[in-house]
Design a protein around this ligand. Structure first.
Ligand code: PGA
Length: 260
């Protein structure tokens, strides 16, 4: 069976509740004819409930951008998987490079968060990707392999149906500099090889691997046409309904025609 193409919007630290409601509503209007492709919106925590109310009767998914692995307790400022679930979300981005870079997340903490998300019925969108320096040192494959193995350590093959992987080269995030479709496809293929080693081919073939890093309507078609690119995690271009819709409409067209 073909892998579904899923486009997720990572709103990062943008949008008040009123703005989030408005954007979600505009996206909802533009998504009425989307049947094959998947759409997920990831607003900030504060807007989860507002966006949920706006999209609950649609096929659009809702995700948070981070979580803590403990269930509850004296962890001021943190939010648990159960709380995210109770706000109506089904997904959570884990290990985004901005969290690794600015908030000290490691493969180990990413792994703990993924396990806690799965225990609570959330589907993690697990982010990996190399820095510019690492790419220039030709260690992209090693870096991404280590991140995948660390993030997914201890998971069972059956868990993988709940996991989305997002390959986001750090040098392409928010920079306007996209990986070429060939560069992205190469790493996506390597990730699938690692997943095959860890969980077997049948499981690895079903895992959705998104690309992230300056995806916009103009480059979406070429990226999403690659055999191992199954979607996109979109930052900047997800903050406006028109540009985000340009991407998921391309995904819809390709879903109708695409791949194995
Ligand atoms: P960008 O962000 O599309 O603005 O490059 C992608 C991301 O960080 O998820």
């Amino acid at each position: 069976m073909a892998r579904k193409i899923i486009i997720a919007g990572n709103w990062k630290m943008h949008k008040t509740n009123a703005e989030a409601r408005q954007l979600a509503n505009q996206i909802k209007m533009k998504a009425t004819d989307i049947r094959q492709a998947g759409i997920i919106l990831c607003p900030p925590f504060t807007a989860l409930a507002a966006v949920y109310e706006t999209i609950k009767d649609t096929g659009i998914g809702l995700g948070a951008q981070n979580m803590f692995w403990e269930k509850e307790g004296a962890f001021t400022g943190e939010i648990s998987a159960g709380m995210i679930k109770s706000a109506g979300a089904g997904y959570v981005i884990i290990g985004h490079s901005e969290r690794r870079q600015y908030f000290g997340e490691t493969d180990e903490t990413v792994n703990k968060k993924i396990k806690a998300a799965l225990e609570n019925g959330l589907n993690p969108i697990v982010c990996v990707g190399e820095s510019l320096q690492q790419r220039e040192e030709n260690i992209t494959r090693e870096v991404v392999t280590r991140q995948i193995k660390g993030a997914l350590d201890g998971l069972k093959p059956a868990d993988m149906q709940h996991i989305i992987v997002a390959y986001e080269p750090i040098w392409a995030i928010g920079t306007g500099k996209t990986a070429t479709p060939q560069q992205a496809e190469e790493v996506h293929g390597q990730i699938r090889t690692v997943l095959t080693e860890m969980f077997g081919q049948e499981v690895a073939e079903q895992v959705i691997i998104q690309y992230g890093g300056s995806v916009k309507p103009e480059n979406a078609r070429e990226l999403l046409s690659q055999p191992n690119i199954d979607g996109a995690l979109v930052g900047g271009a997800s903050l406006k309904a028109d540009s985000f819709a340009g991407i998921f409409q391309t995904a819809e067209q390709l879903s109708v025609s695409k791949k194995t």
